[in-house]
Design a protein around this ligand. Structure first.
Ligand SMILES: *Cc1c(COP(=O)(O)O)cnc(C)c1O
Length: 399
């Protein structure tokens, strides 16, 4: 049977239209965009067009506000490091406890290696940011505040437009990692105070290894990669033309599909979620008011999420725990821990992330298979057995 892919927040399939757009740039229009002959000028036109597609997806006012990078990780690193370098009198970072490792690993490194003070703003049980704590952390030493637009594990959306205004009032730079949000929720940067924004191609049906960083006109930028004069000197290295063209096409398609994401994909996700909740002793983590239309993170009590995923995989269903796992031992997700999810459910969380390629049939198949998987695992879970045997301990159903 055709496998079912429900791990679109980890990566997406490159849209065949994207691949078609890319192919000529390997063997026919293979020029270097910096060359002044026809091979080069053809290519620089294609780069310009790709940038315009990204500009349209983001609602950015000027095309030179977008530079291409090697991915979301590079864009995040470039934004934070530039803010520190361009404001020598400011040496503090504000971020959240639930960011992607592209931010958190760098922040931890800067604390250790440079003594940079990092404020990790916490979230509540639904994953909502503590805005008062964010405001308290802002001050004359804040170089940059970096808050993701949408969380990759729970789908929770953060009020980045508001946070950008608060940050500006403190005279600091505001960056957002919008890798998950782009193409799923509307973005119009012209009407916000957001200074920098990160994107990645492979999270929106584009190729891997390509990303972008939006840098608002007028914001000082210090390059992470120094080399040739590409990207107006802000990112050295010969442009990855086929990937950029593919990314542009993917952005164009994402803009076309934005409405569908909110109707058809959201309806599939809701149907999936409602069906799974009927299994009992499980709940949706993340903010149901402000959540991406494609993401569902469900915590099953008293069982191990990795065991669920393993059995799902055997049935041809790909999902994820959303957390990094090392061979054999699984560390609970830093996101769910920050939310204070109780231990009995912390290890049983799985993330189901859909895309425009999923169908109603996918959802029905998953719903047909999951109750059996959960029941089997609970049968062999000592903790579950113990709880069920003791009426005092029997867990109340959340639904
Ligand atoms: C995937 C992801 C990244 C990293 O993007 P890459 O292009 O894989 O480097 C960064 N932030 C978030 C929120 C992501 O989901």
């Amino acid at each position: 049977m055709r496998p079912i892919y429900l791990d679109n927040n980890a990566t997406t399939r490159t849209d065949p239209k994207v691949l078609t757009a890319m192919l000529p740039y390997f063997t026919q229009q293979f020029g270097n965009a910096s060359s002044t002959h026809a091979f080069g000028t053809d290519v620089s036109g294609a780069l310009k067009q790709a940038r315009q597609h990204l500009q349209a997806l983001l609602g950015s006012a000027f095309d030179h506000e977008i530079i291409f990078t090697s991915g979301g990780t590079e864009s995040d690193n470039a934004a934070i490091l530039s803010a520190l370098e361009s404001q020598a009198d400011r040496d503090e970072i504000i971020t959240t406890a639930v960011e992607h490792p592209a931010i958190l690993t760098l922040a931890g490194h800067l604390e250790k290696s440079r003594g940079i003070k990092v404020h990790y703003i916490g979230v509540d049980g639904r994953g909502r940011l503590d805005i008062e704590a964010f405001q308290r952390a802002l001050g004359p030493r804040t170089a940059i505040a970096s808050v993701m637009w949408a969380n990759n594990e729970t789908g929770t959306l953060f009020p980045v437009e508001h946070l950008a205004e608060l940050t500006h009032d403190a005279g600091a730079i505001f960056h957002t990692d919008a890798v998950q949000a782009a193409g799923k929720v509307p973005i119009d940067l012209k009407s916000t105070k957001i200074d920098m924004l990160s994107l990645s191609g492979h999270k929106l049906h584009g190729p891997k290894g390509i990303g972008a960083l939006y840098i608002r006109k007028g914001v000082k930028f210090k390059p992470l990669i120094r080399g040739g004069h590409q990207e107006r000197g802000r990112r050295g290295g010969t442009e990855n033309v086929p990937a950029i063209v593919g990314f542009g096409k993917a952005a164009e398609l994402a803009a076309d599909h934005l409405q569908e994401e909110h109707t058809r994909v959201a309806a599939l996700r809701d149907r999936l979620e409602r069906g799974l909740l009927q299994i009992g002793h499980c709940f949706v983590t993340g903010d149901d008011q402000n959540r991406m239309p494609n993401t569902s993170n469900i915590a099953f009590e008293h069982i191990d999420g990795e065991a669920i995923l393993h059995r799902m995989n055997r049935e041809g269903i790909a999902a994820s725990s959303g957390s990094a796992c090392t061979s054999g031992s699984t560390e609970p997700s830093h996101v769910l821990r920050a939310m204070g999810i109780p231990p009995k459910a912390l290890h049983g969380a799985i993330r189901l992330s859909l895309s425009r390629e999923n169908t109603a049939d996918d959802v029905e198949r998953v719903l047909a298979i999951m109750p059996g998987i959960i029941a089997k695992l609970r049968e062999t879970s000592p903790m579950w057995q113990e709880r069920q045997a003791d009426p005092e301990l029997r867990v109340p159903n959340y639904v």
